[in-house]
Design a protein around this ligand. Structure first.
Ligand SMILES: [Fe+2]
Ligand SMILES: [Fe+2]
Length: 338
């Protein structure tokens, strides 16, 4: 994988326009930050989510023409906080507060929460009916996260006490390939993209990703980058691991049904086994361990899990609704490779 260098995408409204213009100048020179931000639907707001995505991306990647000193520029952080506020509030509106019983056993509560996944049956649909074009679109949406798989949750590492830190490291060590760059999950995903005739370059498809897809990544970046959300970050990862094994088996099956070989399915096959192990570590040692050590963040652990399911449900509904209408789920469809 080449080094991470993205281009500034085209702005999608006044917020991303303000940010991208500012980023092309020197950090922080006399900037008047716009705000407060008013959005009717922050989770799917193209302008807000793209601006927030780029504001977070500065922590993960180089951006062509943008001074790296922007990463900690006060005006960028102030603007980012304005973008985060309505997004956080919109997510919180979808989430019921944790009950006393749930807080008494966070591991068990997580299992109940994922059993009531509010999302549509996307992986089942893909397994039985998904077309090659839909599978490629799915991979493009996921590339926003999978090409930096595990990185958003790694921000939490220095913020955890020993037991959950050890558990998180055990999971992340697998995500990062257990000492082998070729087995790193982000690298496996790039291999899947390449074998499908897609561009595996980091950030290659940002222009095509709708706000609701960027929101799935912004959610975890926000949890990871704020120490105050370490509980939510842990809960998000736990629910992610706990809802990964079976869907990944189905995506692998979908690709085999469409005639693709191991080169394409390897990423998915790897997750069937790995996440069956990760889900227990994540629920009991990571999330349970953090709740035991820092009971004050137990409610936020469950918030993070529910937030993942709600925002993923919103994303999956967008894909299935678009396809039902016979449309692409991307902002611009991709050409089918010859
Ligand atoms: Fe993974
Ligand atoms: Fe995993």
């Amino acid at each position: 994988m080449a080094r991470r260098l993205i281009e500034l995408p085209a702005p999608r409204g006044p917020l991303s326009e303000w940010l991208f213009e500012a980023l092309q100048g020197p950090p922080d020179e006399g900037l008047q930050v716009p705000g407060p931000i008013d959005s009717a639907d922050p989770i799917a707001d193209e302008d807000l989510q793209l601006a927030l995505y780029v504001a977070y991306e500065i922590h993960y990647a180089a951006i062509a023409g943008v001074d790296e000193a922007w990463e900690w520029a006060p005006s960028l952080l102030a603007f980012r906080a304005e973008l985060e506020r309505p997004f956080e509030a919109a997510v919180a509106e979808l989430i019921e507060p944790a009950s006393e019983g749930e807080l008494a056993s966070v591991g068990a509560a997580l299992q109940e929460i994922i059993a009531e996944d509010p999302g549509p049956p996307l992986s089942r649909y893909m397994e039985t009916q998904g077309t090659p074009a839909q599978m490629r679109e799915h991979v493009i949406h996921r590339s926003a996260y999978q090409l930096k798989e595990a990185d958003p949750h790694s921000w939490a590492l220095p913020r955890l006490p020993p037991r959950p830190k050890a558990a998180l490291l055990e999971v992340q060590a697998d995500e990062y390939g257990g000492g082998s760059a070729e087995r790193m999950h982000a690298v496996l995903f790039a291999g899947t993209m390449e074998a499908l005739g897609l561009d595996p370059g980091y950030g290659a498809y940002v222009e095509r990703l709708p706000g609701v897809t960027l929101a799935t990544v912004n959610l975890m970046s926000g949890f990871g980058l704020h120490r105050r959300r370490r509980g939510a970050c842990v809960g998000h990862l736990a629910a992610f691991e706990m809802t990964s094994s079976i869907p990944n088996r189905r995506y692998g099956n979908a690709l085999r049904r469409l005639g693709y070989d191991r080169e394409v399915t390897h990423f998915y096959d790897e997750h069937v086994e790995a996440d069956a192990v990760h889900e227990n570590i994540a629920a009991w040692d990571l999330a349970g361990g953090l709740a035991a050590g820092e009971p004050e963040v137990a409610a936020d652990i469950l918030f993070g899990a529910r937030a993942l399911l709600q925002v993923e449900a919103r994303w999956a509904t967008h894909l299935m609704d678009s396809w039902e209408r016979g449309e692409s789920s991307l902002r611009h469809p991709v050409a089918v490779p010859a």
